[in-house]
Design a protein around this ligand. Sequence first.
Ligand code: SF4
Length: 257
Amino acid sequence: KMPIPDTTGRFLTDLKKIISLHASCGIDSYPLTPELRDFFRKALPRPQSISKNPKVTASPSPRYRKKEMDKEPLVTSSLMDIRQQLGDCTRCDLHENRSGIMFGRGSQEAELFIISEYPNIVDDAEGLLFSGPDGDLLAKMLAAINLDMEQVYLGSIVKCRASAEKPPNSKEVAACLPFLMAQIAAVSPKVICTMGTLAAHVLLKSKQPLIRLRGRWRQLNGIPLMATFHPSYLLKNQEMKKAAWQDLQTIQNRLKE
Ligand code: SF4
């Protein structure tokens, strides 16, 4: 087997990280622009320079240094920057049982930012927030207001798997929340919709039952926020679908303004 030169190995590792970062942001294909072609031309090491000077190695990208990863996200960052700052996060105990970080998905241009509570076991297995029956119902709810999953941005209070039996504690929420807030600033949506009690309680700093929080406009950093039920709750409590439908219609009307 031919040994892989250091620089090539590093390039392939970085490329893999960038592609998985893009995938987590919902980007799965790339147009071959002159810039992209130029990037590959410059980034790929030239075989002759490796063979002439095998000891030359570039210093590791500062992007992945531990100190950088520990920084809080900058509110002015793009989604991609925020994902990079999150890194392979171990800021709270939830990292121990996750298969992967569910950063969020959808469009950076979204007018509607939907905030769930946490990725569940199905999301964790599928590697995608709002997978399984919850996601199917959410897709139907969005279709009812002429939107699809790609037109909105989907995020969650914490980005690693939790469950109704063991929901995220306040320490875990506090560790993850700055990244969600930075994502909201990056997307700058017209409307925020929280789904589920935890999401409403955390973002509205309230302990009132969701039934009292929903159905009325609230504010988060100047952005109108509507709290409603989580699809997983609606699947078990069909009688609440009417109230959720009213919340969605209110959101639709606001988006039209
Ligand atoms: Fe990091 Fe958030 Fe996962 Fe905790 S839940 S480990 S803060 S990404």
